[in-house]
Design a protein around this ligand. Structure first.
Ligand code: NI
Length: 253
């Protein structure tokens, strides 16, 4: 069985066929999905999907793109949503310095406040961190009681080693199937098997041979297959291992 630990199936690109995709997942061996919020609307939609489908769980939070909206009112709404038993994590939260829009000065307090919320509620977090390695790790060190997953991992092996030592998991998308995936593969080769998560990040990051097209959770076995090949396992074995890992992290019985 495969667990897509990071999906955006609420995205409007699925408006015409969301129900068909969700009904089709079992035919691909995909038995569990974590649907991730990026802002208030997608957080609410994630919770709604998790109520509609017993195999979908929800994370709520603001992506760095939405950082300017993270004020006391918004945090109170997220706190309220986290009382729902289908909500298993805060995310995706983090830092993205690729475009720096919004600025670091806006992103940093939003990330910090959502880490505080996770700490308060004793929930794991789903972190989006791109080109912000130093500031990201600095906050992770400050919030040493909080763990979670660095999703769509793009950091160094050295950073991965520190994350693992601090109890974190690392998530891999279809990027591992791309030609230029050397760095992610180096990390995936080293990573203790009990810290690996697989994800689609759909509708983005479609694995080869679907690169550039809309992605969906049915393709997560392709991510597992690539990682399995790297570690001398079968895709099914990698699926079982990463499913156990995600269930442990998100405390899904
Ligand atoms: Ni995402």
């Amino acid at each position: 069985m495969f667990f897509d630990s990071h999906a955006h199936l609420d995205d409007r690109r699925f408006d015409n066929d969301r129900a068909e995709i969700l009904a089709d997942l079992k035919n691909y061996g995909v038995g569990l999905v974590m649907n991730i919020g990026c802002d208030l609307k997608s957080s609410l939609q994630s919770v709604a999907l998790a109520h509609e489908y017993p195999f979908v769980f929800a994370a709520v939070g603001s992506h760095p793109d939405d950082a300017a909206q993270v004020d006391a009112t918004r945090l109170a709404l997220y706190r309220q949503l986290c009382t729902d038993e289908r909500v298993k994590a805060i995310g995706e939260i983090g830092l993205d310095y690729h475009y720096e829009e919004p600025s670091r000065e806006v992103q940093l307090p939003a990330f910090r406040k959502q880490l505080e919320l996770a700490q308060d509620l004793n929930l794991p977090v789903i972190v989006h961190e791109r080109e912000a390695h130093a500031d990201g790790m600095e906050l992770i060190r400050q919030f040493f009681a909080v763990t979670g997953v660095f999703h769509c991992y793009s950091g160094s092996l050295e950073q991965a080693k520190e994350l693992v030592k601090r109890g974190w998991y690392i998530g891999f998308t279809g990027v591992v199937t791309f030609k230029n995936a050397r760095k992610a593969l180096e990390v995936a080769q080293w990573l203790p098997l009990d810290r690996i998560l697989i994800e689609t990040d759909c509708p983005y990051m479609a694995p080869e041979p679907h690169r550039g097209r809309r992605n969906d959770s049915r393709l997560v076995p392709l991510v597992a297959a690539k990682l399995a090949e790297l570690r001398g396992l079968t895709a099914e074995e990698m699926g079982e291992i990463t499913t156990e890992n995600a269930k442990r992290l998100f405390r899904i019985p």
